[in-house]
Design a protein around this ligand. Sequence first.
Ligand SMILES: [Zn+2]
Ligand SMILES: [Zn+2]
Length: 340
Amino acid sequence: MKAVLLKESNKVVVEELSIPQLDKGDILVEMKACGLCGTDIEKMHGQYTAARPVLGHEATGIITEVGEDVDGFKVGDRVFPHHHTPCYSCHFCKHGSETMCSSFRTSNLDPCGFAEYFRVPAFNIHQGGVLKLPGSVGFEAASLIEPVSCCIRGLNRCGVSSGDSVLVVGAGPMGLMHLQLLKQLGAQVLISEVNPVRLAYAEKLGAHQVYDAAKVDVPSTVRKDTDGRGVDVALVAAGSPKTIVQALKSVRKGGTVCLFGVPIVGSVLDYDFSNIFNSEISIVSSYGSTERETKEALRMIEEHRIDTASLITRRFRLEEFEKAVETAMKGDSLKIVITP
Ligand SMILES: [Zn+2]
Ligand SMILES: [Zn+2]
């Protein structure tokens, strides 16, 4: 079978491997669709702090084999298997930091999500990480469960409520997923972005205000559009330190900045930190998601509350992986899905 592997030099190769053997409690899934995430590309560039970078964590497919002692799943089930699951019993899990659980990043799809077949470890199954897909939810749409679930967790952590004004910095796939979720929460969404193609998508998906960050000074324009106040929440769905500063300068006194995009390791902000205190700004970050959010994401996709069709704009086969990455880096497409 084919699998996309990340080699030591950060080089990506499509390799021929044997189909993984199951241990007790594992399942084998034939991949049908797996989204390409910005963090996959960061891993390729060595800009990510994972101990063992595994590519492909937005995978869906059909169970083709079940190990000994697997309850509740059978061959032929269509599933979304979460690549990481918390233990739900350690100090972090019991204090609401489930994605900081030491078990969370240690158990993963084997060899990865970008493979014709992958093994889902017993731990992930046991912790409720595998969701069965309703017949009405296609594999491509289901590949958005993981990214949508991360957005849901981020918004819950920021405490966005109806009537809030929210600036989303970055109109890539994640920014546009946030836009859709925020609109359902009854928030007024402003979006800033430099890429004209993505700005057009933000407009099409119903942003209240769309700012071309290459042309306007976003913080002062945001203030103008919010009676001089600034937004209640500024959500950073991009990775550069500049976008974080843009969010800090656009939020109102007493407001919240939500860090969602991944800044590269070693990022330093050019920002006067005394403002954080003087303006009582809260900074909240959000990493990954748990089954609470993956279930909610699946429900929203099933109920067509997320427009998955407009978010997925390109598809590539496993052997075209390099081309998919090049396309993603150009930035004029939205979500890219890899199929076998
Ligand atoms: Zn992702
Ligand atoms: Zn734990």
